[in-house]
Design a protein around this ligand. Sequence first.
Ligand SMILES: Nc1nc2c(c(=O)[nH]1)N[C@H]1C(S)=C(S)[C@@H](COP(=O)(O)OP(=O)(O)OC[C@H]3O[C@@H](n4cnc5c(=O)[nH]c(N)nc54)[C@H](O)[C@@H]3O)O[C@H]1N2
Ligand SMILES: Nc1nc2c(c(=O)[nH]1)N[C@H]1C(S)=C(S)[C@@H](COP(=O)(O)OP(=O)(O)OC[C@H]3O[C@@H](n4cnc5c(=O)[nH]c(N)nc54)[C@H](O)[C@@H]3O)O[C@H]1N2
Ligand SMILES: [Mo]
Length: 778
Amino acid sequence: MTDRNTESAKKLKPYTRSAGGWGALASTGKHLLKSENAVKNIRTLLKTNQDNGFDCPGCAWGEDGEDKVFRFCENGAKAVNWEATSRKVGPEFFSRHSVSWLREQSDYFLEYQGRLTHPMRYNREDDRYEDVSWSEAFDLIGNTLNGLEHPNEAEFYTSGRASNEAAFLYQLFVRSFGANNFPDCSNMCHEATSVALAQSIGVGKGTVSIHDFEKADAIFIFGQNPGTNHPRMLDVLYKASRRGAKIVSFNPLKERGLERFTNPQNAMEMLTDGSTPISGLYLTPNLGGDMAAVRGMVKAMLTEDRAARKAGHQPVFDDEFLSAHTTGLDEYLEQVDNTSWDFIVEQSGLSQSALEEAAAVYSQAERAICTWAMGITQHRHSVATVFEITNLLLLRGNMGKPGAGACPVRGHSNVQGDRTMGIDEKPAEAFLQRMDQAFGMEFPREHGHNTVQSIRAMLEGQSKVFIGLGGNFAAATPDTQLTEKALSQCLLTVNIATKLNRSHLITGKESLILPCLGRTEEDLQLSGRQSITVEDSFSMVHASGGVLKPASDQLKSEPEIVAGMAQATLAAKPVDWQRLVEDYDLIRELIEKVIPGFTDFNRRLGQPGGFYLGNSARDLAWSTPEGKAVIVSRPLPESIIPASVIELTDQTIFVLQTLRSHDQYNTTIYGMDDRYRGVYGQRRVLMMSAEDIRDLGLENEDRISIRSLWPDQVKRQVDDFVLMEYDLPRGNVAAYYPETNPLVPLDSVGEFSDTPTSKSIPVVIEKYCDNGTIAVGS
Ligand SMILES: Nc1nc2c(c(=O)[nH]1)N[C@H]1C(S)=C(S)[C@@H](COP(=O)(O)OP(=O)(O)OC[C@H]3O[C@@H](n4cnc5c(=O)[nH]c(N)nc54)[C@H](O)[C@@H]3O)O[C@H]1N2
Ligand SMILES: Nc1nc2c(c(=O)[nH]1)N[C@H]1C(S)=C(S)[C@@H](COP(=O)(O)OP(=O)(O)OC[C@H]3O[C@@H](n4cnc5c(=O)[nH]c(N)nc54)[C@H](O)[C@@H]3O)O[C@H]1N2
Ligand SMILES: [Mo]
């Protein structure tokens, strides 16, 4: 694979400055000015996250409502700029390049070519995409779907950028067709959060608002890299740190944004090259060690609590809250007593005294928030880990009061909204009943496929059609080789997208690329200019309207494309699809009928900053069968690497996490640098501690191969990576996603979440040379 247009030479060089500051400003400027559209894009950025503009397609962090000229960050600027490019990928481009040739190019190259402009259909004979009319494309979809023996033979993927309106219409189409097959990006993302929180506090979403960060005494950040992935969160942490709140980070990597930050909005800091420390305490657990770490904190608190009660002092645990609002306490404390410090220390990789220190910060805080992201949710025991974090919060009544609560930080800008709209392979009965009532028909009850199940179904030939509403299924999912095989066996694959990506090149018997409007672009329908809505991590729903002229006059909006597919498949049943997209207010009226919290949707849409959907747990109303918050007791996993894997080799096994660089948005690669980690001009890098490198008999910057271990016969290996000495706990290594997705075994998934274990893959390392690999470190 060739990496064209790389800006910097390959090099590995530690980054010594703070996060943010001039580095971020310079990079924002560089990304803006290198575009052919500098002036247009600066104007576009000024509309980002403003009340009369569009929602940043970057991340799902919320807005604090303060008056600001700039409401975007360095990485939001990259996201906007990437979409607003003037480069185009039209019929002429596809006639020049065969699909086989395109498949050899890097992910960076593919997306860099620009915006898709025409609907395209794959011609197998010529191995090229050719332009096709929209009506032909829709007919092909309708006929293929209607030709299936059963509606369950099609998979309908959603990526979390789809608007509420597009997602609602999509689920209505798919359910009217007769299926619940809704694999989505959230299955690979915060699924464990949704599963665990729904069971423990009765609602699968975070309980805090952005203003709670202004009141918290302590903030615990687990498995998250906000400096890169939620940069606007740094502003909130910065203010918290400056007013004296304690911030504790759990992360095996020392992420610069969690260490110190220079706020571009603070002139003095910028001028003096100063910075503000973010984390007062930074703990570096083993990958997958957080459940043990939190268990250790609770164990330390339990000891303190008992001593305090004995001495007649104020107890550590909040008795009043616990008895009024929770169940399961005794069983859990017994579980804590039965977990030994030795085991906690071994599994977490943290000392007892470090965990006692973290526990003391937590106990001394009147109000505490826990935030988390992929470092928590992409393990085998992720659901159990989210239970453990929730228990920590409940023990001191840190829920349902200002400045306290659970804050899972979502990824895609509308991933939370898509689930609210019914993108769910296991829909709740109450939701289906409201659907039945609203549309006067009975929707299917049988559960559908999640992402991993959809891949298996396609592999087995049980599913024959794949439709992707956004995203990059082939690159984002685990076990790349198997997933590609699964897709290529389909009768039809359809991708609705803004930019060319790998998924479009893994063709079924028939394949379509359907180009859509991006969020920055004006969406004109019969009734005029349309807005869409999204929901952020704090359950705030707000409107978004594009401002730019569309990249091509052939583009359709996502709701229009969904309506086109539905019309071709179902005619005007159960709704007049075409009429609905003439005016999105009509779609919102349907949403209001089906989804709680959307009363008076069209009127409240105009509210500055949006409206709050509410959260029952925040109101101390527990929608659990017990009517209380449930303190769930789960044993720690016996080991992070399953015993059946340890048996497979005598070589040293490392635990690999696959993460994001500073220059990427999931499978979209903006550039080849990862500034805060000191990686330049390359992505095929494996971070490892100096001691581990030495013990393997290797040297910094050696070329290596990475092979993952799983008890099946499949060989999963990636070659020609560069070893990079990095400050990490021993036995833990890190490399970028999606280059390492071929290593994630399809069957290695989270318990109760089915999320691929992208943050704990057992691997062995071999020395790579041009004629093969040489085993090391046995
Ligand atoms: N610019 C940009 N923004 C994005 C994205 C992007 O790709 N680029 N992606 C969006 C999406 S969809 C998502 S889900 C979010 C992702 O946001 P993050 O969750 O921050 O993303 P990752 O890069 O996967 O980083 C995981 C972090 O957790 C740490 N970690 C890994 N394993 C463990 C563990 O076992 N324990 C602990 N304590 N830490 C661990 C890693 O060292 C890393 O710092 O960001 C969203 N925002
Ligand atoms: N190994 C490993 N794998 C992972 C992860 C990991 O940490 N490690 N993270 C997982 C996570 S958290 C997630 S969320 C998934 C992400 O999985 P996806 O959501 O499937 O992937 P993205 O890379 O976000 O999708 C990028 C594509 O979306 C299209 N696109 C962009 N904007 C729009 C739009 O407005 N409309 C439409 N229709 N298309 C658009 C573009 O064509 C672009 O190529 O990946 C998961 N996979
Ligand atoms: Mo995500």
